[in-house]
Design a protein around this ligand. Sequence first.
Ligand SMILES: Nc1ncnc2c1ncn2[C@@H]1O[C@H](COP(=O)(O)OP(=O)(O)OP(=O)(O)O)[C@@H](O)[C@H]1O
Ligand SMILES: [Mg+2]
Length: 260
Amino acid sequence: MVVISVCSLKGGVGKTSVVLGLADAAMRKGLATLVVDLDPQGDATYALGAKATGSASGDVLESPKRKVLEQTIVASSWEGAGELHVLPGAPSTAALDRPDAEGESLHTLRKALGKLDYDLVLIDAPPSLSGLTRSALVASDRAIVVAEPGAFAVNAANRLFAAIDDLRRREAGGLQPLGIVVNRSRPSVREHAEQVKVLERTFGPLVLSPVLADRAVVQRAQGARQPLSAIAGSAPMADAYDALLSRIGRTAKALRRRTS
Ligand SMILES: Nc1ncnc2c1ncn2[C@@H]1O[C@H](COP(=O)(O)OP(=O)(O)OP(=O)(O)O)[C@@H](O)[C@H]1O
Ligand SMILES: [Mg+2]
């Protein structure tokens, strides 16, 4: 099982969209996947067509028992080769997003996920470095940082990498940054192309390929609560997510055989 956190300090850059795109690619590959929605907004839960039972990811963080997991995890309504489950997000989870969360309280998600057996776990984090994002990182093998091609992207990514480094030393021995997914790039906008180059010069191979384009199909799929690949005209975007999933597989031995 490989656990990937998708995070950023900025809101609205595409964390949930990247989780959904990877979940679609994983489902088409036949992987057993769990999406953990740690965002109190519950956007991923909505887009995955998951019908929450009344309990949510916050309940599991408070009580990481198998029984609570069984009561909380639900199936996505997306149809495909692989099994796709959701640990739903809900407003109640916000109470756990404490800026001062430290030590043991950051380990409950890791403990809970240790009781499960999926090929891939994707964690959708809220846009901050408070308790929920740090719990996600402590539970993860790899972290994906999402950035839009903009003037402040380098700064935000640097701060997040510093936080990942700090957590790795203090709490999460196995955590490593996978890299930066640049999202919503419009190659026709000269400033975007320039900003992608700045990111590549600054972070080198940590900038993951391919850069994701700004495409209306992304919003169409989410509005319809459908996987991206079910929407007409989505092939280039779905291919990009296949490539990102293969990249994850190359760094994580347990997935390599299934994603190549
Ligand atoms: N590549 C893309 N092309 C077009 N629209 C996109 C793309 N990526 C994301 N969007 C749209 O941008 C908006 C924000 O994306 P998303 O919700 O994934 O960001 P987020 O980082 O999860 O936001 P939040 O911080 O609020 O959780 C959504 O309406 C989404 O559909
Ligand atoms: Mg989101």
